[in-house]
Design a protein around this ligand. Structure first.
Ligand code: SAM
Length: 200
């Protein structure tokens, strides 16, 4: 049953020209929480091969801007307002690199970054948490006051501490699992709106 659902998303992604079936997760979350709007500047962390970037570009349109960052090269886009960057979100110098490629601070920060899965649940969860924390630290530098964020994290130990930090920084927060996310997978998506910077 789950396999059939996955296969259906995969087929739909191919038919609609999306680079990854994860595109549907962002579509579902964005429509549920009104995350992406026309003209917005979006930073997408852990963005390869670029499925989320395609959805973000559709939603922000020609007046917006989308920057995708990944350890792996992201195949380029034809649109001049969609850019890609090789970068490690765990590297403290990545924030400056991102800022230097943005027209202004981001309205939306997305992170679908995942560790390479080892199969050992605790190890994978700790690495996912590390990536989610790095994404939240990057928000401090690249997200505008009042901005929005969507960060993937695996459920497990440490999630509550992460959520506590996350909730301090956003007026509205929600933990969500979109229908396109496999039921058995540990991933959840943390949504934040109304960003407030804690440090002056
Ligand atoms: C599930 S994929 C993202 C799929 C993407 N949202 C899409 O729709 O095409 C997770 C990505 O996180 C990236 N990643 C993992 N660790 C990273 C890091 N430290 N810095 C940047 N990217 C990272 C991986 O290279 C991988 O491409």
């Amino acid at each position: 049953m789950a396999w059939r659902r996955e296969e259906a998303y995969r087929r739909m992604a191919r038919k609609m020209g999306y680079r990854a079936r994860s595109a549907f997760k962002l579509k579902q979350l964005s429509s549920r929480y009104s995350l992406l709007r026309r003209g917005e500047v979006v930073v997408d962390l852990g963005a390869a091969p670029g499925g989320w970037m395609q959805v973000a570009r559709e939603e922000v349109g020609g007046e917006g801007f989308v920057l995708g960052v990944d350890l792996q090269p992201i195949p380029p886009f034809r649109e001049s307002n969609v850019r890609t960057l090789l970068g490690d979100l765990l590297d403290p110098s990545t924030a400056e690199l991102i800022l230097s490629h943005l027209p202004r601070k981001a309205d939306v920060l997305l992170s679908d970054a995942s560790p390479r899965i080892s199969g050992v649940r605790e190890v994978d969860q700790a690495r996912s948490l590390e990536l989610a924390e790095a994404a939240l630290r990057l928000a401090e530098k690249v997200l505008r006051e009042g901005g929005k964020a969507l960060i993937k994290v695996f459920q497990g130990e440490g999630l509550e501490d992460f959520l506590r930090d996350f909730r301090k920084r956003f007026e509205f927060t929600k933990v969500s699992k979109p229908p396109a996310s496999r039921k058995g997978s540990a991933e959840v998506y943390v949504v934040g709106k109304g960003y407030r910077r804690l440090t002056p």
